[in-house]
Design a protein around this ligand. Structure first.
Ligand code: GLY
Length: 407
């Protein structure tokens, strides 16, 4: 039987134990070289090359003392507002049902807080919803309808995210498969043709982006078909090539921003409309804390654009931060995460050539890197990232493999 005295003495021990725990320093294995890193003399922002003014504005915000996460979200919001950026927010390419579903997450270094939203519909600023989840809930992640209700409850307005341009691109993709379904003009219409001789065409996913001469006929036939359909669908002339490219080689776009100020405070944010034509409900890496974004106030911040499924499997953001914690430079850490992606395919280049990945990394002392799986873009130009460290400049990424993805 427990006496009152036993109870009181046990309670006292528990309280004493809690007190000891509360003040204990729980050691985390961090390389001495990292512990000794000092904040930079100037703020640093690392992100995708956007071509807009938001990076300059975000940098000024950091100089004025604005919080690092707010600066990250300033850039994300600008992308989400840009209807011509088909990889993020308003104007993002939809899922296979023609519905835009957005993913985002963020981490705030100073408070070590995180928030995330997945597959949210009808809300433009997924990045701000992820922040609301972080600041206004006891959760870290909300998805789908629940996330939409939550966003509306916090004053964000519902609006259709599908622009006319994105809708026509989606229809082109949908109708391009008309030999296998009933979308598109029927054979009985005035211009109706017999179904495409699909069996003579290879699956379009097999067409490399930089095809050798052996692909020329295949690409020509496919592109001619798509061009005719694009005209039919009223896609403006200057958008037809882009639409055809998105049908043949759907992209995964996305934007990640990591920001560091002169107090050494760090934040990271990622936002995306995800893989074009995805299965409804699909989540990529962008809403996954530790994959699309990871920030550790003691070490740095990292995030990704590219093949989301691959990045989830190597927990890219977290892997990079942990490698830096052990003393690797941002560049070495980024390349190590990329090596793990290649390792997951046992180095099989027939598969790896369909993958793409860029990591954006900043360490708490201001050292930074952009690391790409492949050296060049589809157009043959080097893969780049943007950094602002007092001056905005575009730099070539360090890369693991020389060549270009066929994705
Ligand atoms: N990296 C973006 C996505 O795969 O959705």
């Amino acid at each position: 039987m427990t006496t009152r005295r036993d109870f009181l003495s046990r309670s006292a021990m528990t309280v004493a134990g809690l007190g000891t725990m509360a003040s204990a320093q729980v050691p985390v294995q961090t390389a001495e070289s990292v512990k000794q890193l000092q904040p930079p003399k100037k703020p640093v922002i690392v992100t995708r090359h956007t071509g807009d003014n938001s990076i300059e504005e975000a940098y000024k915000m950091l100089l004025d003392g604005t919080d690092t996460l707010e600066a990250c979200h300033h850039i994300c919001v600008a992308r989400e507002n840009d209807a011509n950026d088909h990889s993020v927010g308003y104007g993002g390419l939809p899922n296979e049902d023609g519905v835009v579903e957005l993913d985002a997450c963020c981490m705030h270094g100073p408070t070590r807080a995180a928030g995330s939203v997945g597959a949210i519909q009808n809300i433009r600023h997924a990045c701000l919803v992820s922040r609301l989840v972080m600041e206004r809930t006891g959760h870290v992640m909300l998805v789908g309808e629940g996330a939409e209700h939550f966003a509306v409850a916090h004053g964000l307005k519902r609006e259709d995210m599908l622009t006319d341009e994105a809708r026509r691109m989606w229809l082109l993709w949908k109708e391009s498969r008309s030999s296998q379904n009933f979308w598109g003009p029927p054979m009985s219409s005035p211009d109706g043709k017999a179904p495409n001789p699909a069996p003579t065409l290879k699956p379009q996913s097999a067409i490399p982006r930089h095809p050798g001469p052996e692909w020329a006929d295949e690409i020509r036939t496919r592109s001619q078909q798509l061009m005719g359909m694009a005209i039919d669908l009223g896609i403006p002339e200057d958008k037809r090539s882009l639409a055809i490219e998105q049908v043949l080689w759907p992209t995964t776009g996305t934007i990640h921003v990591s920001a560091l100020n002169t107090k050494g405070e760090i934040s990271g944010a990622t936002t995306t409309s995800g893989q074009a034509w995805k299965i409804p409900g699909r989540l990529g890496d962008s809403p996954i804390i530790g994959a699309g974004c990871y920030t550790d106030q003691d070490v740095g911040s990292a995030g990704a654009t590219g093949s989301g499924e691959e990045n989830i499997k190597v927990a890219g953001g977290h892997t990079i931060i942990d490698c830096m914690r052990q003393g690797m430079s941002p560049r070495e850490a980024g390349l190590e995460a990329l090596r793990r992606i290649v390792r997951n395919y046992n180095g099989d280049m027939n598969k790896i050539r369909y993958l793409d990945m860029i990591y954006y990394i900043v360490r708490k002392d201001g050292a930074y890197a952009g690391c790409s799986l492949w050296s060049t873009t589809a157009g043959g130009t080097p893969k780049v990232f943007t950094v602002h460290d007092g001056e905005q400049h575009v730099e070539n990424c360090a890369f693991l493999l020389d060549g270009t993805t066929t994705n």
